[in-house]
Structure formats: structure tokens, C-alpha cells
Design a protein around this ligand. Structure first.
Ligand code: HEC
Ligand code: HEC
Length: 270
């Protein structure tokens, strides 16, 4: 007994206790803390999916089925990818008000972007599909506006009009105006081909070409840029503009001719 208490009072005892305590804390930390950053990301990813699943069950499952397998009121979402969800929910098309109607219209979005990301993560977990593009993919850096205009005229203008103002299709469907549509949503529309629009996957239209088209649409978007000059004339192209010049231009010339003739006649009289 005497021996033990003597040892306790040894000057190094405190240091030994401290070292033991530190080792124990370190061991506990190693045992309970996330082993790596990758694992931490994985848990936050699965949390996002879990949140998305909750939102999905409340807002979407009635039409798209409890596991996204689809129902008589909505198509299957397995494999549509996060890009389709980001587009459909981000432009307010989804949740649709009814499963009837020619086409789900664009409306004010119901969900925040965080919730949309969660919904998109959940739907993407059901089956791989087109992924939400990055800013680098749809941003203006390195885009060729002239090339974009050419691509737009050959691939999109037949439905959306030459300057993207939109137009009617058959059976009450329509290609909407592309003015004021976010670059990200334009990219996603091309990736996923909503409803009557064909899709333009990277295999048929490269990421660079999509970027060019977006830059072109931005350049002709009169809701962002002020029109560089002249009257708009419906953006219908050379025919209507030519006709306009013909009627008004010629009319003005005739008026001037009449005025000159009248003046010369008057001058002669006096
Ligand atoms: C009232 C029924 C209804 C509700 C509620 C609804 N949808 Fe839809 N959804 C549809 C129908 C019908 C279509 C297909 C036609 C269309 O796009 O208008 C569709 C299409 C989609 C598409 C496009 C699929 C594709 O093939 O590209 C996505 C993505 C989608 N819905 C996601 C959602 C999400 C996410 C929710 C919940 C926030 C939701 N929907 C809620 C009826 C619904
Ligand atoms: C066959 C006709 C057709 C062609 C070709 C077409 N689209 Fe569409 N597009 C549509 C229809 C129809 C919609 C509406 C879909 C909906 O509401 O779900 C649409 C919707 C869009 C939207 C969504 C606009 C919004 O209001 O949110 C964008 C962006 C778009 N198209 C871009 C393009 C681009 C770019 C091309 C060419 C690469 C193209 N489209 C080719 C028919 C077409």
C-alpha cells in the first residue's frame, strides 16, 4: 500500500495519465469519426436521396407511382435522369395540375432549388439517365454564336420559329417561346426532349453545339437585350420584312412624287 501511493506521487505520474487519456481520445475519435471524405460525401448523398424520396411520395407518387414505375396518370421516371427532373420541376411543369390536357404548361416553380436537387437525386437513384449539366457546359465561355444560329435554324426553328419565339403544333400542342428561358433549362430540354420535342443527346448534338445554340438564343433574346434596331415585324424573316419595305417604302416614294408634282404645277401657274 505504501509502495503504491509512493508510486502515485512519482513526478512522472501526471504525464503518464495525460498521455493515456490522449491516446484513449484519439482511439475513440478514430473509431467514431467518418473514416474518409468519400464516405462523408456518400452519407450526405444518401441523405439527399432520402429527403427527395419523402418529397416525391407526397408530391409525385400519385401520378408516377410509389417507386417511380409510372401509372395511368403519369409515365415511368426510371431512367429519365436528374436532368429531366431539374427541367420539369424547375420550369414549374411538374407537378402537373392534372394528367389530362394537351401539354403540361410552364408555371411558377412549386419547389425550391434545394428540393428540386433532392427530387432529382431520388429519381436518378431509380435508374441512370441524363445528368444535370454544369455551368461549364451551358455557360457562354467558348461558345460560337454564328454556329449556334446555323444549328438552331436546322434543328429547332421548324418548331420554335427562327428567333425562338415559339409556334403552334398539332392537336393543341405548341412549341413555347424560348425567350427568358434559363441556359441550364435550354440545355436540359435538348438532353431530355420534353413531350413532343425530340431529344438531342450528345451522340447527335455535342455538348459544344448545345452551348453554341444557347449562346445564339441569348443573343436574339429581346427580353434580355434591347433590339439592335429596326421594327420587329414578328421576326418572320425576309418575306414579311420585304413586304413591309415594299408597301411603306413605295408608298412614301409615291407621296413624295405627288408632292413634287403638285409644287411644280403651282410654280408654273404663278
Ligand atoms: C397530376 C399528375 C402528375 C403529378 C402530380 C406529377 N406528374 Fe410528372 N408527369 C405527369 C404526366 C402526365 C407526364 C407526361 C406528360 C407531360 O410531360 O406533360 C409527366 C412527366 C414528367 C417527367 C418527364 C418524364 C420524361 O419522360 O422526360 C418528369 C421528370 C416528371 N413528370 C417528374 C415529376 C415530379 C418530380 C413530380 C413531383 C414533384 C411530378 N412529376 C408530379 C403527371 C404528373
Ligand atoms: C418537333 C418540334 C420541336 C423541335 C424540332 C424542337 N422543339 Fe423544343 N420544344 C417543343 C415542344 C412541343 C416543347 C414543349 C414541351 C413541354 O412543354 O413539355 C418544347 C420545349 C422546349 C424548351 C422549354 C422552354 C420552356 O418554356 O421551358 C426549350 C428550351 C426548347 N424546347 C429548346 C429547343 C431547342 C434548342 C431545339 C433544337 C435543338 C428544339 N427545342 C427543337 C418542340 C420542339
Amino acid at each position: 500500500m505504501k509502495k503504491l501511493s509512493a508510486r502515485r506521487r512519482h513526478p512522472l505520474a501526471a504525464v503518464v495519465v495525460l498521455l493515456l487519456a490522449l491516446a484513449a481520445t484519439g482511439g475513440l475519435y478514430a473509431a467514431f469519426a467518418p473514416a474518409s471524405k468519400a464516405q462523408a460525401d456518400e452519407t450526405s448523398q444518401s441523405l439527399t436521396i432520402k429527403e427527395g424520396r419523402k418529397l416525391y411520395e407526397v408530391g409525385c407518387a400519385s401520378c408516377h407511382g410509389t417507386g417511380g414505375q409510372g401509372s395511368s396518370d403519369g409515365p415511368s421516371l426510371v431512367g429519365v435522369g436528374s436532368a429531366a427532373v431539374d427541367f420539369q420541376v424547375g420550369t414549374g411543369r411538374m407537378p402537373a395540375a392534372t394528367s389530362q390536357g394537351a401539354q403540361a404548361p410552364r408555371k411558377k416553380p412549386v419547389y425550391t432549388q434545394t428540393q428540386i436537387d433532392q427530387l432529382a437525386a431520388y429519381v436518378a437513384s431509380l435508374g441512370a439517365g441524363p445528368v444535370v449539366p454544369t455551368k461549364q457546359q451551358y455557360g457562354p465561355a467558348g461558345a460560337d454564336v454564328a454556329k449556334g444560329g446555323e444549328l438552331f435554324r436546322t434543328n429547332c426553328a421548324q418548331c420554335h420559329n427562327f428567333t425562338g419565339k415559339g409556334g403552334a403544333l398539332t392537336e393543341g400542342k405548341y412549341a413555347p417561346t424560348l425567350e427568358g428561358v434559363e441556359p441550364k433549362h435550354i440545355y436540359e430540354a435538348m438532353q431530355t426532349g420534353p413531350q413532343n420535342m425530340p431529344s438531342f443527346p450528345d451522340t447527335t448534338m455535342s455538348s459544344q453545339n448545345k452551348k453554341d445554340i444557347i449562346a445564339y438564343l441569348h443573343a436574339v433574346d429581346s427580353s434580355e437585350t434591347t433590339n439592335p434596331g429596326g421594327l420587329e415585324l414578328g421576326g418572320l424573316g425576309p418575306v414579311s420584312e420585304g413586304l413591309f419595305a415594299w408597301i411603306f417604302g413605295l408608298g412614301a416614294l409615291i407621296a413624295v412624287a405627288v408632292w413634287v408634282a403638285a409644287r411644280t404645277a403651282k410654280a408654273k401657274k404663278s
